[in-house]
Design a protein around this ligand. Structure first.
Ligand SMILES: [Mg+2]
Length: 294
């Protein structure tokens, strides 16, 4: 057990400003940082506008595959944040870039278990997608599965474990869950569903989201990032902060998402972010409570 959470030291705006002054690029996670569900996080718009006014490049990197880059940029714009799709990397678009990188045969089809964002990104990249719903009409009548989500897990597992299968198996993220609702309940994310498919099929997916091995070299190359002059702002230790540490970026964790002060107090030294802030509002001077400094 770590020290009691009351002793956790949060970094104030002046301290944060000093740390990010020499940087040229700030990468933001979205859920738990800029918004939580459908609600924007107070001060996010001002903080981002402030960083851009200082000439910093702002990028958005999300493990959310339910949206395409355009849909994600549109959600940012709805919150008053000027963003365009070229600033956004979603795990839906990363799935498409991964298939490009392994030269997946476009004559073949991609079975998608997920939401609209993946279907949009894969279609834009020229891949033909099918969903379990499409397959159901022609499914074996001996295999009747009542619950739709369980059916998806079954279909994916059957494909992957069949003896002839050499299907490429891609995960957009392994996130355990997301906090939803005003009381911040944690609901299962893609990780638990994927774990079921992996266990049943005996196959392991390539994770193209944050937390996986593939993403960082891809980002550095395609976005022309200098990790030493970049920071990542995210609410998850195992994805956002891990990615930053993997590359030597400055890591900043706001306490508005899945990681609590108790989690931070209990985590290993090497997994801790460089800076902890109450919220992204602390990324701009005058945007956070000065009393947290020191
Ligand atoms: Mg997040």
């Amino acid at each position: 057990m770590g020290p009691p959470s009351a002793t956790l030291r949060k970094n104030g705006p002046d301290e944060v400003a000093r740390a990010i002054k020499p940087l040229e690029c700030v990468i933001f996670d979205c859920d738990g940082v800029i918004w939580r569900g459908q609600k924007k996080i107070e001060g996010a718009r001002e903080a981002i506008a402030g960083l851009e006014a200082e000439g910093k490049r702002v990028l958005y990197l999300t493990n959310n595959s339910a949206k395409s880059r355009e849909q994600c940029a549109s959600k940012l714009r709805n919150f008053g944040i000027e963003a365009n799709p070229s600033q956004v990397v979603c795990s839906s678009s990363s799935a498409a870039r991964y298939l490009d990188s392994v030269r997946f045969d476009k004559a073949k089809k991609v079975l998608v278990i997920g939401q609209e964002g993946i279907l949009i990104e894969l279609a834009e990249a020229g891949y033909e997608c099918v969903t379990c719903e499409d397959l159901c009409g022609s499914s074996d009548p001996e295999c009747k599965i009542e619950e739709y989500e369980r059916m998806e897990l079954c279909i994916a597992s059957l494909y992957l474990s069949s003896r002839e299968s050499n299907a490429i198996f891609v995960a957009t993220n392994l996130d355990v869950g997301d906090r939803v609702g005003s009381d911040g309940r944690l609901i299962p994310g893609a990780g638990p569903c994927l774990a079921a498919i992996q266990t049943a099929s005996g196959r392991e997916a390539t994770n193209v989201g944050k937390g996986g091995e593939w993403l960082l070299p891809h980002l550095v190359e395609t976005l022309n990032l200098d990790a030493q002059r970049t920071c990542i702002v995210g609410d998850r230790l195992d994805t956002d902060i891990a990615l930053g540490k993997q590359s030597g970026m400055l890591t900043i964790l706001p306490l508005t998402g899945v990681t609590s002060e108790e989690d931070l107090a209990g985590c290993a030294e090497g997994e801790r972010p460089d800076l902890v802030v109450e919220s992204v509002a602390a990324l701009v001077r005058g945007g956070g409570p000065a009393s947290t400094e020191g």
